[in-house]
Write a protein that binds this ligand. Structure first.
Ligand code: CMC
Length: 388
């Protein structure tokens, strides 16, 4: 039927060309602009990686200074936007608020929505990179009934985010350099990952000419699911549910049971048939952060490490090449930083915004077409409407 190939889940379909990110899933390699993720996580900071993804090259010192200044100038949110939050239930999930408020940016910043103008596209990218931490922290503050905290522009990107999350009008949160560094690494490790479900959603939404804020809101919605970005929250829920190393085999057996929908969260990946390189950096960072905080015996880290060990020796996981992915250890670090579980996916969204907007920009900078997949029709054959 038809002249097209049938590829549910896009297992073997490339939908675009891109210069941003390279993945070799067999070897466990991830490069941004040609640079290995391990080196970026070790040596760069998040805003440098943002610059790299947007421009294809690392910035010089002057370019970096200018970029950081520009981003810093956009960290505030229009004051009227804070009223928009009041429409949400007081105990709404922060991701639910995030889907709404990011889409609403297009109602406040419509002076830069000409998608055919490279300058407008650049301004939208700056606005998104700068405002996502502010919005993310506002979602959290709203969900716990605390007043919003304004950004502090003399702080680094990660420090400022932690400040807006944890300071209150009654007391300034003292940002630990170790935790800020760990936060920045988490941002870098989530920055881009080629055509995952949310990025493909952003590109597809963008292909219709929709404005970038609406496209990123679509990406946030796609990210929320537990098979994608929602997995980081689900991992922590799972580790807490396991509760004790003695219960790991029970959960492994459940994950292997074809009649049980349960899966080991933070395990498996469509592209990686080897270690997810981000998971390796994440595991090492978790060890560093916990030892720095003097909690190297964290019970959840112990359960996670043992679970990984048992799964990697089990024929079921070995045969299917299921390894820990980026979400497996990130929650342990976020928890150590003091981030509540329901903010984990919001932090993924904040970090991935640079990937989404860079792909959106790349789409509009090259010859393009609206995305329009076909389908195999399986419904009834043509028939006549019954007349009495
Ligand atoms: N636990 C148990 N079995 C699994 C798991 C798992 N986590 N992941 C895959 N399998 C099995 C699956 O049941 C299937 O077995 P069989 O061949 O017997 O039917 C086989 O492995 C292949 O799985 P699949 O669902 O066809 O693979 P996929 O490429 O469509 O799915 C995935 C990839 C990430 C959605 C899946 O591995 C999964 O659900 N993992 C848990 C959720 C998770 O950690 N997601 C985060 C992904 S990484 C970050 C991100 O991109 O957001």
């Amino acid at each position: 039927q038809g002249l097209f190939t049938y590829d549910p889940g896009f297992v073997s379909t490339a939908a675009c060309e891109s210069k941003l990110t390279y993945i070799d899933g067999g070897k466990g390699i991830l490069l941004h602009g040609g640079y290995p993720i391990e080196q970026l996580a070790q040596n760069a900071d998040y805003l440098e990686v943002c610059y790299l993804l947007l421009n294809g090259e690392l910035p010089t010192d002057e370019e970096k200074e200018e970029f950081v200044n520009t981003v810093t100038n956009h960290t505030m949110i229009h004051e009227q936007m804070s009223h928009f939050f009041n429409g949400f239930r007081r105990d709404a999930h922060p991701m639910a608020i995030m889907c709404g408020v990011v889409g609403a940016l297009s109602a406040f910043y419509h002076d830069s929505l000409d998608i055919n103008d490279p300058y407008h596209r650049e301004v939208c990218a700056y606005r998104l990179i700068a405002k996502m931490p502010t919005l993310a922290a506002m979602c959290y503050k709203y969900s716990i009934g605390q007043p919003f905290i304004f950004p502090r522009n003399e702080m680094s990107y990660a420090e400022n985010f932690l400040h807006m999350m944890f300071s209150t009008p009654c007391g300034e949160y003292e940002v630990s350099p170790t935790l800020a560094k760990a936060m920045d690494k988490i941002f870098i490790l989530h920055a881009d990952h080629e055509q995952n479900a949310s990025t493909s959603t952003v590109r597809l939404a963008g292909s219709s000419g929709a404005n970038p804020f609406a496209c990123i809101a679509a990406g946030i919605a796609a990210l929320w699911g537990p098979a994608h970005g929602g997995a980081n929250e689900a991992v922590l829920v799972m580790l807490n549910e396991i509760g004790d190393e003695s219960r790991i085999p029970e959960f492994i057996e459940r994950a292997k049971d074809p009649n049980d929908p349960f899966r080991l969260m933070g395990f498996g990946h469509r592209v990686y048939r080897n270690f997810d390189p981000r998971a390796k950096v994440m595991a090492q960072t978790a060890e560093e952060v916990l030892s720095e905080l003097g909690v190297e015996n964290d019970p959840l880290l112990k359960i996670a490490k043992r679970l990984e060990q048992i799964a990697l020796e089990d024929e079921y996981f070995v045969k299917r090449k299921l390894y820990p992915n980026v979400d497996f250890y990130s929650g342990i670090i976020l928890k150590a930083i003091g981030i509540p579980t329901n903010m984990f996916t919001v932090i993924f969204a904040l970090s991935r915004t640079i990937g989404w907007i860079s792909h959106w920009n790349e789409f509009h900078s090259s010859p393009n077409k609206i995305g329009r997949p076909r389908q195999l029709y399986t419904g009834p054959k043509q028939r006549d409407y019954p007349t009495k």
